[in-house]
Ligand binder design. Structure first.
Ligand code: HXC
Length: 268
């Protein structure tokens, strides 16, 4: 689908996207690149990174991949620094790396809970922490431009309660709380905007293939207001809105991109 944004919407900006090699992360990498940004993607799997970088370059996008696990502070630090060394600046940090599996609370070990908290919640903070130096107004490579921006990929699970997702709900609640606090502190002190996107079910993603209730299509008419899954493109467009100048006065908020699903109830 054609983008409603101008091709130079994020021109000259450098975006680092964790989990940028697949799913929603790769679509954001692609769309940011198509709109003029240079892209660094971070992920744990070299093959996934290599193929994503080739795909981006084949579209004429300046892209580089860095192996790393957001759970390791040394990886976060190295990847942020490598991004700066490669492109000379950092404007946009997208925290899209996430872990997930369906399991009842009764069957989830505390280590399983901790693992998802480590990836989603602690990993997000760690990336923000390491990127701050480059994102803050007046930081290295920023010249006369203002502060950069941070975008977290969250969820709507924790607005209510979700079956077999206690670990992810807790982690995404922490991600949202972190986002608001950083928006306050770093918005005030460093001109950095920090926001989130909460996607609903998005087709053709690792998350959907892992979590997809097979009945989502057959029962969709009963509870999905727009009767369909979202596209990765929908998330990427919201991401462009929030991280480009279009979103220059948006700070400390989450845009829900789910077609109205989280607030809906089955028809009766
Ligand atoms: C129960 C499980 C489990 C499962 C892992 N664990 N998988 N418990 N059911 N299916 C437990 C293990 O038993 C272990 O605890 C602990 O978690 C750590 O497991 P490891 O296998 O050592 O972890 P690791 O290899 O680091 O793998 C992390 C992972 C994995 C999260 C478990 O799935 C992963 O890396 N996923 C990343 C990709 C991914 O999931 N992307 C989709 C994101 S979608 P014990 O006690 O045994 O030691 C998404 C959407 C969210 O985030 C919003 C939805 C609407």
């Amino acid at each position: 689908m054609e983008s409603p944004f101008k091709a130079d919407a994020v021109k000259g900006k450098v975006a680092l996207i964790t989990g940028g090699g697949s799913g929603i992360g790769l679509e954001m990498s692609t769309q940011f690149g198509k709109h003029g940004a240079s892209i660094a993607i971070m992920g744990r799997r070299k093959q996934v990174l290599d193929s994503a970088v080739s795909e981006l370059r084949s579209l004429g996008i300046q892209a580089v991949g860095f192996e790393g696990d957001v759970r390791k502070q040394e990886d976060a630090k190295r990847v942020v620094e490598s991004t700066f060394q490669h492109f000379g600046r950092l404007d946009i940090l997208v925290n899209a790396a996430a872990g997930n599996f369906l399991v009842s609370a009764e069957d989830l070990s505390p280590n399983g809970f901790r693992t998802v908290m480590d990836i989603d919640a602690v990993g997000t903070f760690t990336m923000c922490y390491e990127a701050l130096k480059y994102l803050k107004k007046g930081g290295p490579g920023r010249g006369s431009s203002g502060g950069g921006t941070i975008l977290n990929i969250s969820a709507t699970l924790h607005y209510t309660a979700a079956w077999y997702q206690v670990h992810v709900s807790a982690a995404k609640a922490a991600v949202d709380a972190t986002m608001r606090n950083l928006a306050l502190e770093w918005g005030t002190d460093y001109d950095i905007r920090v926001n989130g996107i909460a996607p609903g079910p998005i087709g053709d993603t690792p998350g959907m293939s892992k979590l997809a209730p097979t009945e989502i299509n057959s029962k969709a008419r009963d509870y999905m207001p727009l009767y369909k899954l979202g596209d990765k493109w929908d998330i990427a467009m919201a991401a462009l809105y929030l991280t480009s100048d279009a979103g220059k006065f948006i700070n400390g908020t989450v845009i829900v991109v789910d077609g109205g699903l989280w607030l809906s109830r089955p028809r009766h």
